[in-house]
Write a protein that binds this ligand. Structure first.
Ligand code: NAI
Length: 280
């Protein structure tokens, strides 16, 4: 049986994943603002450092895997831009970087990051903010996003999820991760019935947006079903899964983006191995 860390373990999908792992006999170190083995505020630099260190101590320097589910939704108000980016982006990448050697020690660790289908279905997300996050430039991203006034929180949420998904895909294939036996993947849920979604449904303006969003299979997703997917992505069945973004969203991503992906490599950007093959 393994040792897993789950952030956001006190509620919603993180809670469901932690319960499912414990039911399977694993040891789970939960990280959250409350009701967790490690109480920490992932929106602050110190909170992230404290959380990372406390988990490593409890785990004895060896982690078989992680579910990074702590996150905040598109909370209204431009003042929340920094909070959303800090938890949803830095609360994932900084922890993963600090836990890398503990994953490598386990030899065959699996990491599931909870992204979102907002990363592919939300229009107008400023890529400048995404690029700033990938450069670790929080202030630059905040400055860009605050310009968008009333829609800033939604665009911020989208930017945080695009950036975190790209970080995973960029890093998953590198020697420090793939080469160290660590599998990094993203699950991209659609609207799932958790307290985060309930909060959005409680605000008339946000409820209208959520309810009018096309979901081909209808309704909302179930956190326990998402937890099943996460646990599968932590299992041996995921040995060959690396840098993937798995959409479990009732079909919304396919509805909006059917022809956008998979997409052929643009000719001028053919990778070196392809040019070699063509010249043969
Ligand atoms: P939730 O609100 O039920 O759970 C999120 C957990 O993260 C809570 O326990 C909360 O205390 C914790 N958290 C928030 N800020 C924190 C901080 N500063 N430090 C430590 N912990 C903190 O939400 P849900 O829906 O389970 O969300 C889990 C993940 O799924 C999030 O990353 C969210 O963005 C993502 N997601 C949710 C969707 C939904 O419709 N519910 C859709 C797509 C993605």
């Amino acid at each position: 049986m393994g040792t897993y860390v789950v952030t956001g373990s006190a509620s919603g999908m993180g809670c469901a994943a932690a319960e499912r792992l414990r039911a399977d006999g694993h040891r789970v170190i939960g990280v959250d603002l409350r009701d967790a083995e490690v109480i920490a505020d992932l929106s602050t630099v110190n909170g992230r450092i404290e959380a990372a260190v406390a988990v490593l101590e409890l785990a004895g320097g060896r982690l078989d895997g992680a579910v990074l589910a702590a996150g905040v939704g598109p909370l209204p108000g431009r003042d929340n831009v920094k909070l959303i980016l800090s938890v949803n982006y830095f609360g994932v990448v900084e922890l993963l970087q600090k836990w890398q050697s503990a994953f490598a020690t386990a030899g065959n660790a699996k990491v599931v990051v909870v992204g979102s289908n907002s990363s592919t279905t939300m229009p107008m997300v400023p890529l400048r903010a995404v690029r700033a996050l990938l450069r670790d430039d929080l202030d630059g991203a905040v400055k860009t996003l605050r310009r968008y006034r009333v829609v800033a929180p939604s665009l911020t949420y989208g930017a945080s999820k695009i950036a975190v998904s790209r970080w995973i895909r960029r890093n998953a294939v590198l020697p420090d991760w793939a080469g160290a036996g660590i599998r990094l993947n993203v699950i991209a849920p659609g609207a799932i019935r958790t307290p985060l979604l309930e909060k959005q449904l409680a605000s008339p303006r946000e409820a209208k947006a959520v309810q009018s969003f096309p979901v081909p299979v209808g309704g909302f997703g179930d956190p326990e079903h998402l937890a099943e997917w996460m646990v599968f992505m932590l299992s041996e069945a995921a040995d060959f899964l690396c840098g993937s973004v798995i959409f479990v969203d009732g079909g919304s991503d396919a509805y909006f983006r059917a022809d956008d992906w998979p997409r052929r490599v643009p000719t001028l950007r053919l990778p070196a191995y392809a040019w070699k093959f063509l010249r043969r």
